[in-house]
Design a binder for this molecule. Structure first.
Ligand code: ATP
Ligand code: MG
Length: 453
């Protein structure tokens, strides 16, 4: 309480020094730090500079999690870092950071920054260096300044790889113990400085299984619309971080609970208001989370294909009434849905091809006679298409039998494949193609029904 009052008085900057926690108090052994981060910090220290591991890595280790990446903060300027470490590169135009290369791994080295009173650029804005709005002239500061311009208390911990101590400027260790996500300084001011911090709050709460401190949470509802002013490219990056973090299911719920999805996942209202779509979305998110947690890749295109599937299919169904051909109905629907989304959610066009292929493959999975399934197996996107089919089956949007059949077919030898096809032919004797088509359309009617307005 008192600390918070002091924080407010000094704009988030504590007057006193940091709380210093020895190894016994936090238990993070030096060995847990990436060797490249250790090497980088050592080189900088030997050259007479200060160097600490900071940010998400310290937070994650403290929580017993495997860090995604390691960042180092230093009082050396980017040029000085470059001089000390040869295998490194300056990144970013106006706010420069240094990438240090160790094989395939990259360590990010940032120079302590002063918290700018007018607003704070953020670490991602370096990546989207084009959007001038987010980048400001950089003013270097000391560690105290650097800690104050970070977003949440658990993200402002500095690990000294030599003494194995943690320097905690804002009570982050205590908050981590309480599983509390708390903004440094005055939440309203900090969210106004950079509205993307609201999305980060939702993402970290989901990823870390933290609750958002009530004072931090309070202004979000009112400020949520400020996200409209954020360049869409940055929003897209942030959305993908949330969706591909391995905690998408919780993340999406957190977004909606905070009313933050309007600007970032506008289709979410329609999805969550319709039980069929909701079931499908949950199957998609759960599946993606599992993949990521098992170290597999999950692609933005796949995720987008999931999010827009029902919209596309409703449009497709409408087109079928008037279109010259089945093919034209499908392709016009895909184009229309992707174009419409681009108004609110600017996702790069480079994903369109994959999204369309995943969608277009779906009806081909139903054609299992003759040479067709063999041709489908050879399709370069077969795997993604099949994964999508699996999610549809789990989400009640495709017959489980179909997904099971396709799980077996690729691994079966020629004789088995023939038998599988013969079995289907036997089953379907007497069924006219029209009947089959009607069966196929059934889930579309279910999903699309809520769609027509
Ligand atoms: P993760 O990488 O696991 O998603 P992280 O905490 O490392 O989490 P990054 O986006 O990599 O997040 O940023 C590294 C650090 O930079 C953060 O821990 C935080 O201290 C600071 N930071 C990043 N973005 C912002 C922002 N928008 N405002 C203030 N500080 C930020
Ligand atoms: Mg990080």
């Amino acid at each position: 309480m008192i600390r918070r009052f002091i924080d407010k008085l000094f704009g988030g900057k504590p007057k006193r020094g940091p709380r210093v926690l020895p190894l016994e108090a936090h238990g993070i052994q030096r060995e847990r730090i990436h060797p490249c981060a250790l090497k980088t910090a050592r080189a900088l220290r030997e050259a007479g500079y200060g160097a600490y591991v900071v940010g998400g890595a310290v937070r994650d280790l403290l929580l017993g999690r495997e860090p995604k990446d390691f960042d180092v903060a230093t009082d050396a300027t980017p040029e000085q870092v470059r001089q000390v470490i040869r295998r490194s590169r300056l990144i970013g135009r106006r706010f420069q950071i240094v990438h240090v290369y160790c094989g395939a791994d990259i360590i990010e080295v940032t120079t302590y920054r002063a918290a700018s009173p007018a607003g704070d650029d953020d670490d991602e804005s370096r990546v989207t260096a084009e959007d001038g709005m987010l980048l400001r002239d950089n003013v270097f500061g000391d560690q105290r300044d650097d800690a104050a311009r970070r977003d949440f208390t658990v993200n402002a911990l500095y690990y000294d790889p030599e003494s194995q101590e943690i320097l905690d400027w804002h009570g982050g260790v205590e908050d981590a113990g309480k599983r509390l996500l708390r903004m440094i300084g005055d939440p309203t001011t900090r969210f106004r400085e950079d509205p993307v911090r609201m999305l980060r709050a939702a993402r970290f709460a989901a990823k870390l299984d933290f609750h958002i401190d009530p004072a931090t949470r309070a202004p979000i509802a009112e400020l949520a619309s400020m996200l409209e002013r954020i360049p869409t490219a940055r929003l897209f990056d942030e959305m993908m971080k949330l969706l591909l973090s391995g905690h998408a299911e919780r993340g999406v719920h957190q977004l909606r609970a905070e009313g933050l999805h309007h600007g970032i996942l506008p289709m979410l209202d329609a999805i969550l208001d319709d039980p069929a779509r909701q079931k499908f979305l949950h199957a998609a998110l759960r599946d993606t989370d599992e993949r990521v947690r098992h170290g597999h890749s999950a692609s933005p295109a796949f995720m987008l294909a999931c999010l827009l599937w029902f919209d596309m299919r409703a449009e497709w169904r409408r087109n079928q009434e008037t279109s010259r051909s089945e093919q034209a109905a499908l392709y016009d629907a895909m184009d229309a849905v992707l174009e419409r989304q681009r108004d609110s959610l600017a996702f790069p066009r480079r994903f369109d091809g994959t999204i369309k292929e995943i969608w277009a493959l779906q009806s081909r999975f139903e054609q299992r006679a003759g040479a067709r399934p063999h041709r489908l197996l050879a399709h370069p996107r077969f795997r993604a298409g099949y994964d999508f089919l699996l999610i549809r089956a789990r989400g009640g949007d495709a017959p489980t039998e179909l997904a099971d059949w396709w799980a077996r077919f690729p691994n079966a030898d020629e004789a088995e494949r023939k038998a599988m096809q013969a079995e289907l032919a036997g089953e379907s004797t007497g069924k006219s193609p029209r009947k089959r088509r009607r069966r196929r359309r059934k889930p579309e009617d279910g999903g699309g029904g809520a769609e027509v307005d």
